[in-house]
Design a protein. Sequence first.
Length: 420
Amino acid sequence: MSHSPSQSDENQVCVIIGASHAAAQLATSLRQQGWSGPIRMIGDEGGLPYQRPPLSKAFLCGEKDADSLIIRPSAFYEKHEIEFIPGRVTAIDRVAKTLTLADGSEQHYDKLALCTGTRVIRLPIQGANLGGVHYLRTLADVEGIRRELPDSGRVVIIGGGYIGLETAASLRKQGIDVVVLEMAERVLQRVTAPEVSAFYQRMHSEAGVTIETGTMVAAFEGEERVERVVCADGRFYPADMVIVGIGVRPNSELADAAGLEIDNGIVVDEYCQTQDPDIVAAGDCANQWDPRSGQRRRLESVPNAVEQAKTAAATLCGEKIPQISLPWFWSDQYDLKLQMAGLNQGYDQVVIRGTADSGCSFAAFYFQQGQLIAADCINRAPEFMLAKKLLSQKQTADMTRLADEAIPVKQLMAELTTSS
Ligand SMILES: Cc1cc2nc3c(=O)[nH]c(=O)nc-3n(C[C@H](O)[C@H](O)[C@H](O)COP(=O)(O)OP(=O)(O)OC[C@H]3O[C@@H](n4cnc5c(N)ncnc54)[C@H](O)[C@@H]3O)c2cc1C
């Protein structure tokens, strides 16, 4: 690790609130960038940062155990003198520069990093507190689900977003009867083109999952445990378990109470700085200014949490490096690896390479006024590389050539390298 002691003095304390993807990276990057004072990471899930993505994938399938999820082993934090404090921060005093924890203890900080992430949106309907109704955000949530799975032959999933569909795939692989109820007219409506939604709907029905779209859930019924899910139109679905995946909200109340600016998350600039020069925010909780698009955006992905954490650490060390990396994301369902590059909001045209309505591999390129803005690549790693290159170089792609499978990706890539 490089060391530049001038960037911080060894008496300066940095406290990180939250202990997940953003926090783990921020603590590591602080040391890499020369922070020499104490680093304390306070997390309310009881343990060291772990990888969340496998929760709805390999961990739910029982293919991974909890120990294998850990982002870095405890020896790493010990070696780099990063202290983990289990607990929940309940208040920030920006004048005294202290934090209060739920157990009444206090922590002083010189610099503070907010990596508080998001929490699930709960369904406020009748029967919401019945046994067998689950959410899926934390290791504890999935341990609870896994404990009950042996007695749950029929599971109803509320929400056809990535989490809902990944969960459906993981349960179906274990032979469980799965019904997905989605309020919108198609699955993944908020995040993909109709072609991609239709593809996933087909893949899930071929695997034996029932997906009902345009369906509003009205109540969960049962004695002590959930027995059925009742929809607003009177239809009902028997269930031994319900898993709700209808989205998340940023954990920004702490920052709000401390007087920091909030707007769908904690408002930060391109350096992950809040309006308090001693406080940064990174990850799912941060709504960041993107100088390239001239817009704010709050993203929910591991690559974003990691990149913002690196930027935030640099800012705390006195070095200003704007966060302008290309957003990307992935989702695994069955044998389908979806890789997404860029952000497709505001697209006006979609170009498909391959076929979306048969087989299990194609790429969807999203354009806005003739400019490529994003791509969804399913089992298409070369197209994903191409899209990343096109997007980061802001190159205009020829739609006809992109759609033409007779032209190999290698050739498109070579042309790009030559012309750039
Ligand atoms: C099931 C699932 C599957 C996913 N799959 C993918 C995927 O395939 N690809 C991908 O890119 N992303 C995926 N994501 C999203 C990804 O996990 C998040 O983007 C990432 O976890 C964000 O990291 P974070 O550190 O910003 O926040 P979080 O992971 O939300 O962590 C914030 C932490 O801070 C703690 N905290 C909050 N407030 C306090 C407080 N006051 N005091 C102490 N601690 C506090 C929280 O309890 C939590 O532990 C998935 C998420 C889930 C739930």
